[in-house]
Design a protein around this ligand. Structure first.
Ligand code: GRF
Length: 216
């Protein structure tokens, strides 16, 4: 079962997936290291970034995983057109690498069009808030944590959800919650949620492998 992992930055969530794969977390239960049925084991087939030179690509290369870059075409001035063009190229990569599951692990572009339909129920995204709160267009990175602190929320966390035509609107697969502390800053809150993301993305990918795995 092939994963295509989409990234835009540091790639610590990608690293969590790489480490989990090595630890046998995506192997069928009771299959030991999974070697008995490698076709049922989840593996990162390729990593694709929408920006060149990011550290996530280095992490992929270090792990011996093909590292691809597909940047948005700046000549396309309409955001919708740009998103659809990039999404088409990512769909081509997904087909080429025979991806069964697409994982958005800190991916900042929006996917639109055919890829959403062709991979319906097989694209997951991690978001650093308890959706549906603090999601939607423009809600990413520190903006999320700043809004959570400004609203005086008592708790926050992260969500892994299926990707649909909207932005952060797909069905929720799992959430991890942490308390917001009185002394929290954007940085401390972001850091603690990031740690939870590393657990959540692995759990969600493992659950998807189990769900998508063909029966014996
Ligand atoms: C994470 O906070 C994720 O939720 C958000 O982007 C960040 C990516 O972190 N979408 P990393 O690149 O995986 O370290």
């Amino acid at each position: 079962m092939n994963f295509l992992v989409l990234v835009s930055g540091n790639g610590s969530n990608l690293q969590a997936l790489i480490d989990a794969e090595r630890a046998g977390r995506f192997a069928p239960l009771g299959a030991g290291n999974g070697a008995a049925s490698p076709e049922k084991e989840g593996r990162i087939a390729a990593v694709l970034s929408d920006r060149a030179g990011v550290f996530a690509l280095e992490r992929a290369k270090t792990a011996g995983i093909p590292a691809l870059t597909e940047e948005p075409d700046r000549r396309l001035v309409q955001p919708g057109e740009r998103q659809r063009d990039l999404s088409r190229r990512i769909l081509c990569a997904a087909r080429e690498w025979k991806a069964d599951l697409i994982i958005l692990a800190g991916f900042l572009s929006i996917l639109r069009g055919e890829i959403i339909r062709e991979y319906e129920g097989r694209i997951i995204n991690i978001h650093p808030s308890l959706l549906p709160k603090y999601g939607g267009p423009g809600m990413y990175g520190d903006r999320v944590h700043r809004a959570v602190l400004a609203a005086g929320e008592k708790e926050s966390g992260c969500t892994v959800h299926l990707v649909d035509e909207g932005t952060d609107t797909g069905s929720i697969l799992l959430q991890r919650t942490i308390p917001v502390l009185a002394e929290d800053t954007v940085e401390t809150l972001a850091e603690r949620i990031h740690q939870e993301e590393h657990v959540a993305i692995v759990e969600a990918a493992a659950a998807m492998v189990a769900k998508l795995r063909k029966p014996e």
